[in-house]
Write a protein of this length. Structure first.
Length: 255
C-alpha cells in the first residue's frame, strides 16, 4: 500500500501573524517542486487566518493545534471545529501530550474531540505516545493500545480523515529522538492495533507520523523505516532552513 508521506509542523505557542507570513514566504520561495509529500503546519490559533492567506496556491495545508468538541455555546475561551474550518483549516491536532499533561485531557475527552473534528470534515492528527516512566515500566504497547482504543471510541472515519502521530513524550523537545528501530516497532504495533479495530484496508491506508526531536540530521533514518509515513515536527518546523531539508528528505524517501 502506497501512502503519501507527510511533513507536518506544530508551532505550539510560537509566531505571531507577521512571523507566520514571513515563514511561509520563505518556505514557498525555497521549496523544491517535487510534490509527493503533504505539508501541514499548525500555527497558533490567532495566526491561522494570515497563514491560510499566505499559503494560498502553494498546496500547504493549515491545521488547528486544538479545539473544543462543541461548535458553539457558552464555552469562554474555546475554539470549535467549525470555526477552524471556516478559517480555512483542513486539519486539527488532537491529544498532543502537552494537552494531555498540562490541560488534563483524557482519552474520553479526546474521543469527543476526534469525533467533532471529523464530523466537521476536518482531518484529525491524533497524537499518542508513552511517557519515560511508562517506557521504563515496559508499558509502551499497553499505553498505545489504550490511547487508540479509547481515544477513537465511537469515532467514525475514513482513512483520509485520520492521521496518527506517535510522539513518545520523552522525545518531545528533549533532543532525545527515538531510535529508528524503536520508532518502527511502535508504529508497527500501532498498525496492528488499528488493523484489529478497523480492518486491514483502513489500517494499511492510515498515515502514522513520528514526532519527537525530529531534525534535518535524523529524519532520513526515521523515514526510511517502512511503517513511518512522515513526521510531526516541533522546534525544527519554526525555521525554514531546518524544515525544508526535513521536507526534502521525506520527499526523497518516497520519490
Ligand atoms: P519537537 O520536535 O520540538 O521535539 O516537538 C515535537 C512535537 O511535540 C510535535 O508535536
Amino acid at each position: 500500500m502506497k501512502r503519501t508521506p507527510i511533513a507536518a509542523g506544530n508551532w505550539k505557542l510560537n509566531k505571531n501573524s507577521n512571523e507566520a507570513k514571513s515563514f511561509f514566504a520563505e518556505l514557498i520561495k525555497s521549496r523544491p517542486q517535487s510534490q509527493n509529500c503533504e505539508i501541514i503546519i499548525a500555527p497558533v490559533a490567532i495566526s491561522i487566518e494570515s497563514s491560510v492567506e499566505a499559503v494560498q496556491g502553494s498546496g500547504i495545508k493549515i491545521a488547528g493545534q486544538n479545539c473544543y468538541h462543541k461548535n458553539s455555546g457558552a464555552f469562554t475561551g474555546e475554539l470549535s471545529p467549525s470555526l477552524l474550518k471556516a478559517a480555512g483549516c483542513t486539519h486539527c491536532l488532537t491529544g498532543h501530550s502537552e494537552r494531555r499533561s498540562y490541560f488534563k485531557e483524557t482519552d474520553k475527552d479526546l474521543s469527543l474531540k476526534n469525533k467533532a473534528v471529523i464530523e466537521e470534515g476536518l482531518t484529525a492528527i491524533f497524537c499518542i505516545g508513552e511517557t519515560l516512566e511508562e517506557r521504563e515500566a515496559k508499558q509502551v504497547e499497553q499505553v498505545l493500545e489504550r490511547q487508540l482504543t479509547y481515544g477513537l471510541e465511537g469515532v467514525d472515519f475514513t482513512a483520509t480523515q485520520l492521521i496518527i502521530a506517535y510522539e513518545p513524550v520523552w522525545a518531545i523537545g528533549t533532543g532525545r529522538v527515538a531510535s529508528p528501530t524503536d520508532a518502527q516497532s511502535a508504529h508497527a504495533f500501532i498498525r496492528t492495533v488499528l488493523t484489529r479495530l478497523y480492518g486491514e484496508s483502513t489500517a494499511q491506508s492510515l498515515r502514522i507520523l513520528y514526532g519527537g526531536s525530529v531534525s534535518p540530521d535524523n529524519i532520513a533514518d526515521l523515514i526510511s523505516q517502512p511503517e513511518i509515513d512522515g513526521a510531526l515536527v516541533g522546534g525544527a518546523s519554526l525555521k525554514p532552513e531546518l524544515f525544508l531539508p526535513i521536507i526534502s528528505a521525506i520527499e526523497a524517501s518516497h520519490a
